[in-house]
Ligand binder design. Structure first.
Ligand SMILES: [Zn+2]
Length: 277
């Protein structure tokens, strides 16, 4: 096993050109094989050689501390060793270093992509992996099927010292967050911001400023974070996705995400820092 620390360096890559021994991240159905006593495990070949666990679909994802890093999936019928457990990635948020979360996000998306693209959508034949690109293809049309990424906008709307925060009806308890939504086909990020915010809370915004982005692999979002200023309108939650939304003074915020796990938290924290400075 290789030790987990904040100094892990990951370089995404599609083709392995290294002779170094490999390291392996194991998963099954979007859950990661971890130790019962520590947060995460990166295995070496020898760690798995003598186990009774069975794996399929090994896939190279890049270099971790200069070692070729693979993902490997447990078969449906495989045992899980006594000292190990399968853990959803969400439960590892904030418990593993950011650099490792990035590796896990990539692992999860690549394993899902491969599993969901075994057959051609045009002719139904079995697809094959492209030799040099991370793509599946079929000879019937030579279309390359790359891992899918779904861009989303996530926006903190503000009015001076107040922040517009919303409670999604799927959030547990009194937890509030920034507004977010998928960018639709043919839409720019800016148009999506205006549309989503109006749809969700009937408010119009101005002065949109890009903040940063975060891969959010549940299942394949790329969250594009923005700040925006309130322009006009009274808050009216849509009642479908958002069941409650309001202006909150920055000193009296409800329970919100923290910056160490999500860009939503980072948007909130950076705005508050700006107000204070
Ligand atoms: Zn085909």
């Amino acid at each position: 096993m290789i030790p987990i620390d904040n100094n892990l360096i990951f370089t995404p890559e599609n083709i392995n050109n290294s002779e170094e021994s490999k390291v392996i991240i194991c998963l099954k159905d979007q859950e990661f094989l971890t130790s019962k006593t520590s947060n995460f495990l990166i295995f070496e070949d020898d760690d798995l050689k003598w186990s009774e666990m069975e794996f399929i679909n090994q896939q190279f994802i890049g270099y971790l501390n200069n070692k070729p890093c693979f993902i490997s999936e447990l078969t449906n019928g495989s045992k899980v060793d006594d000292n190990l457990i399968l853990t959803p990635l969400r439960n590892l948020l904030g418990r593993i270093p950011d650099s490792l979360f990035t590796v896990c996000a990539r692992s999860l998306q690549l394993s899902e992509w491969k599993r969901n693209n075994q057959f051609c959508g045009t002719c139904g034949s079995k697809m094959t992996s492209h030799e040099t690109e991370r793509a599946m293809f079929c000879k019937c049309n030579n279309l390359l099927i790359y891992p899918r990424i779904s861009p989303c906008i996530i926006v903190l709307v503000t009015k001076g010292e107040e922040l517009l925060l919303a409670h999604n009806k799927n959030f547990p308890g009194p937890f509030y967050s920034t507004l977010a939504g998928f960018i639709e086909a043919g839409e720019s990020a800016e148009s999506a911001i205006h549309r989503e915010i109006y749809e969700e809370v009937k408010v119009k915004v101005k002065n949109i400023k890009y903040f940063g982005s975060q891969s959010w692999p549940f299942p394949s979002q790329l969250m594009l974070g923005f700040h925006a200023e309130y322009l006009e309108g009274e808050i009216v939650p849509d009642g479908e996705e958002i069941d409650s939304a309001d202006w909150f003074h920055y000193q009296k915020l409800p329970q919100v995400p923290t910056g160490n796990i999500s860009i939503s938290g980072q948007l909130i924290e950076s705005y508050i820092e700006d107000i204070k400075s």
